[in-house]
Design a binder for this molecule. Sequence first.
Ligand code: JHZ
Length: 392
Amino acid sequence: MKKFLDLGLQPLANSYLDSKNLNYKEKKFRLVIGFNPKNYLVSILNTVPKEKMFNERYPYKSSESKTMKNSFKLLSQIIKKRFKPNLVLEIGSNDGAFIKNFRKNKIIGVEPCKNLAKITSKNGYKTFSEYWDISLAKKITKKRKIDLIYSANTLSHIKNFTEIFKAVKLSLSDRGILILEDPSLLECIKNVAYDQFYCEHIYVFSTIALQKILDQFGLEIFDIENTKTHGGSNRYFIKSKKNKFYKINKRLKKNINLERRKGLHKFYTYKKFAKKVATSKERLNKIFKTLRAKNKKIIGYGATAKSCTVLNYCKIGTEKIDFFYDTTSYKIGKFLPGSKIKIKNYRKLSVDEVDYVFLGAWNFKNEIFKKEHKFIKQGGKFITHIPVPKII
Ligand code: JHZ
């Protein structure tokens, strides 16, 4: 691995503090990102054990955003029409935003975070609250193979993908396919979205890297879609090389060519990215400093895992942002890790209360702007760091 970016000492992104442990010394790790010139993989170098992150206290719920619910609904319709699967399995089913679009006897969820698995089980969906691995795959597919495995924003969180892909291969039926959806490295570089890197995001994939990895397991991408979710993601349609039911779509070649043209196979591209990240930090701090000097009231919107990276890397704390609004019940009343900024129960924005709003959930900008159209009309402003720090 060749290092190209050091985002400093970081706490665990989803380890929100409560008033009792606010003054405890937080465990931190150094967030360093590297590039592997052999397989083009971009990953964080110091990883945190999965049990420390994905456990019964996991706060993130996919259903907190309309955008995600709609995206999953639309995808489920496409899946039913295009692939007509008899049995679907989702790895990382979270709170059920995807599986709830299927009949209960047609889908199985796998979700290691017990608090989330409880929600889907309670709603009548067969859910295994375990990490996806070979032994679980064997247990689930003893009687019946799976026609379609879907996994969104999960593969990027799993260090050992050998286990994952072996488990996938033994689970799929003859015409079975795997659909993976994860943030796109190309979009991450283009948007200078360095906050896609945090403890949970071990990898941010490019198509060229994923293709090389899949090849080791006799798997291949046969189609790809570029989606707008999570700041620009890729949806990869994957099959065993032996599966001849699907032809390789031209879109794949187009994506690969584009990634190569943009230099995702070259270390130089990542060095250039690192320079932009340093400039982004300077500019963002300048904006906060100028506004605070004018006594402007600034709050944050969406206490995301991504915000943790931005706030801790840029050293932004309570002296710059008064508090964050978030709709997630688990996060309300707690404090963001590292920066210790309080998270409050969301209230519609109003210029009587706030002047500037830092967009922690910049990936939901459209959804948020729609919701806050009155604030915008009144002259309220947002601060974003994507793609360059600015007031909008
Ligand atoms: P959001 C998490 O990252 C963690 P985060 C994880 N590692 C991952 O990969 C992605 O998700 C998928 C709130 N919100 O989706 C809800 C509002 O308050 O950008 C969430 O707390 N009001 C699994 O945390 C947060 O913002 C709103 O109107 O970076 C959004 O978090 C909306 C739309 C959201 O993911």
